[in-house]
Structures are given as C-alpha cells and as structure tokens.
Design a protein around this ligand. Structure first.
Ligand code: NAP
Length: 324
C-alpha cells in the first residue's frame, strides 16, 4: 500500500531528494501557505504531514485526519499545533530543535547591535545625502560592550545568546520558568525575577516559546518598567509582546528601541505604524534562515516523518508536557 504524505511547502532540494526516495509526497507548490480548507482536504486521508509554523494544525484538522500517523514541523516552536489533540489521537509530533539555535542566536546578536548602534537609521542617513561631515553627536547609540543584557527564556537559544554576550563582557540577567542555578554557573549570569530584569537591563532579549503563559508577557506595564534607553529584541514569537503597547512605548520614548524578527501579526502589513517609527527595526522572521540551517532542519523533518510512518520513535519528538 502506498503512503500518502502532504508537505505544506517545498523543502530544500537535499531534503526533497531524501523524502522522494522514500515515498511520493505531494508538495504544496506555492510560496504562501495552503489555505486552511485545502489543508483540511489534503490531510483528510494523509498518513504523514510535514508542516511549517504558518500552518494552523488545530484540533479540527487533527481529528478529521483519519489515517494521520505523524506530524513533522520544520521549526522548533510548535505553537501552531494543538499538541493535546495530537496526543489524544496518539499522533507523534516532530520538530527541529538545536540545529537552528546558533543561526537564531547570531541573528539575535545582529538585532542587538543594529538597534543599539542605530544601524538602520545610519544607513538611511548616508544613503539619503544627509552625511555632510563627521559629527561628534551624530547618530549616538547605546554601548553594547559592558551593558546589562536581560534574557527572558534562557533555554537553548537564550544560552547561545548568553555565550555571545560573554564575548562583549556584558552583565547577564535571565528569567525562566524554573530555577536554574546551573545556568548561572555556566554563564556568570544571575537569575532574577522578570520585574528585576526589566528594571535593570539595558538590552532585553526574548527567547521564550509562545504558550498561554508567555502570550502578552511584555505589555504596557512591563514596557513602563524598562529603562528609557532600553533596547527590546524579539526573536521568539510576535504575540509575546503586546504590539499596540509597544508602538505607544516607542512613540512616547518610554523605551529606546525595538528590534523584531517576529511580529504580531505576521506578516506585518506595510501600513503598520511600527514601520513609520525611526526606533523600530523589523525583519521578516529570518532567525534560522541560513542555507545550512534550513538544509539541516528540512532533513530532520524528513527523518522525523519517516520514523513516524514506520512506527518508530521520532529522532526529535515534542513532549506535550514541556513543548520541547
Ligand atoms: P527552549 O530551549 O525550550 O527554551 C525556552 C526557554 O523559555 C526555557 O529556558 C524556559 O524555561 C523558558 N520559559 C518558558 N516559559 C516561560 C515563562 N512563562 N517565563 C519565563 N521563561 C519561560 O526553546 P529554544 O529552542 O531556545 O527556542 C525558543 C523559542 O524561540 C521557540 O519556541 C521559538 O518560538 C523561537 N524561535 C524563533 C526563531 C526565529 O526564527 N526567530 C527561530 C527558532 C526559535 P525553563 O527551562 O525553566 O522551562
């Protein structure tokens, strides 16, 4: 009996080669996600699904997919998948942690540097002909070297950011769900409450998964408690920050700068007020977007899928209790 596999976007060529040698999958041919109704139709009789974070894999979809044996997501975050519904049906969910940690931490550091040193504005300033002379007070930013970095979510990516911050001799504060004295030891960092972190950090970087406890965790009150020159970086998930409150905080100078790889909503419409603010830098969710990382992520997603179809343990399965 032949296996039916639906893949919601083309994978990288090396991963498609591997998958195509195992089965004859159907790839969604567009660059944009399949509409939800099509996703329902394509998964109704599918044995396996490879999906991206832009696909809503909700309880309705999972429950109507009568033959589904495995869901394999090409990402570490799985907030688009109803893990409880998958578990209730005994369908394992795979994801791609670790492989993307360094690429995402590199990008986070690029955001930290670009925001603190106002690179976006400086590039526009030079390009637009405003550069007349060397100015003693032109485009002054904030020091990164020696600054206090607050990491919210000191997991795989948070720790990789801390490793980079050590090279900049930064003081590192972090907050997590549980107590982690071992992380303090490894990075010379201090675990503090969220309130202390927000108050004392010059640069705040978000690395929590999107869950009911992290959605909106940075709202008006949290923004108010930050330093007026604070740089806020988000390479986690957009809804962790209340976007309207952030726009207000940036407009009124409550905080200094926001650098966002992820936004709420995504994509951020071109008319959105965030684009008009000189102290906001927006990237189109490219945290893990390096050639080698996307190859590795796609290959692991294929391995997870194949294992699931063969009834074997997935190389990287998500545990519903932890989302990891
Ligand atoms: P991870 O290893 O699971 O780390 C998550 C960290 O968040 C853990 O330290 C956890 O603390 C902490 N945490 C969870 N809930 C919290 C809460 N309510 N308050 C404070 N801390 C909390 O995950 P990861 O691999 O580093 O990835 C993190 C997230 O980054 C992913 O879920 C994904 O959404 C996002 N991401 C984005 C991109 C991008 O392209 N921008 C790329 C990759 C990943 P405990 O250890 O105490 O549980």
């Amino acid at each position: 009996m032949s296996l039916s596999v639906f893949v919601t976007r083309h994978l990288t060529p090396i991963a498609e080669e591997k998958l195509n040698s195992f089965c004859t999958p159907e790839y969604w041919p567009e660059d944009t996600p399949p509409p939800y109704e099509i996703l329902l139709e394509k998964t109704r009789h599918a044995d396996g699904l490879i999906c991206l974070l832009t696909d809503a894999i909700d309880a309705r979809l999972i429950n109507q997919a009568e033959n589904l044996k495995v869901i394999s997501q090409v990402a570490v975050g799985v907030d688009n998948i109803d893990l409880q519904a998958a578990e209730a049906r005994g369908i394992p969910v795979g994801h791609t942690p670790d492989l993307l940690t360094d690429a995402t931490a590199d990008l986070t550091f690029a955001l930290i540097l670009a925001a603190a040193r106002r690179l976006g504005e400086a590039i526009d300033y030079a390009r637009s002909g405003h550069w007349q002379t060397w100015g003693l007070t032109t485009l002054l930013g904030e020091s990164v070297h020696g600054a206090t970095l607050g990491i919210i979510g000191m997991g795989r990516i948070g720790q990789a950011v801390a490793r980079r911050a050590q090279g900049f001799e930064m003081r590192i504060l972090f907050t997590d769900l549980s107590a982690h004295p071992e992380r303090e030891g490894e990075f010379g960092a201090t675990q503090v409450t969220l309130e202390t972190l927000l108050k004392e950090s010059d640069i705040i970087s978000l690395h929590v998964p999107l869950t009911p406890s992290t959605a909106g965790m940075i709202g008006a009150d949290q923004l108010k408690s930050m330093k007026p020159h604070a740089v806020l970086v988000n390479a986690a998930r957009g809804p962790v920050i209340d976007t309207d409150a952030l726009v207000l905080a940036l407009e009124t100078g409550q905080i200094g700068y926001a650098a966002l790889d992820v936004t709420d909503p995504e994509p951020l419409p071109p008319t959105h007020p965030l684009y008009k603010l000189p102290n906001a830098l927006i990237l189109p969710h490219i945290g893990s977007a390096t050639r080698s990382t996307r190859d590795q992520m796609s290959l692991l997603a294929v391995d997870n899928l194949i294992a699931g179809l063969q009834g074997k343990p997935l190389p990287r399965a998500v545990a519903r209790s932890t989302g990891r």
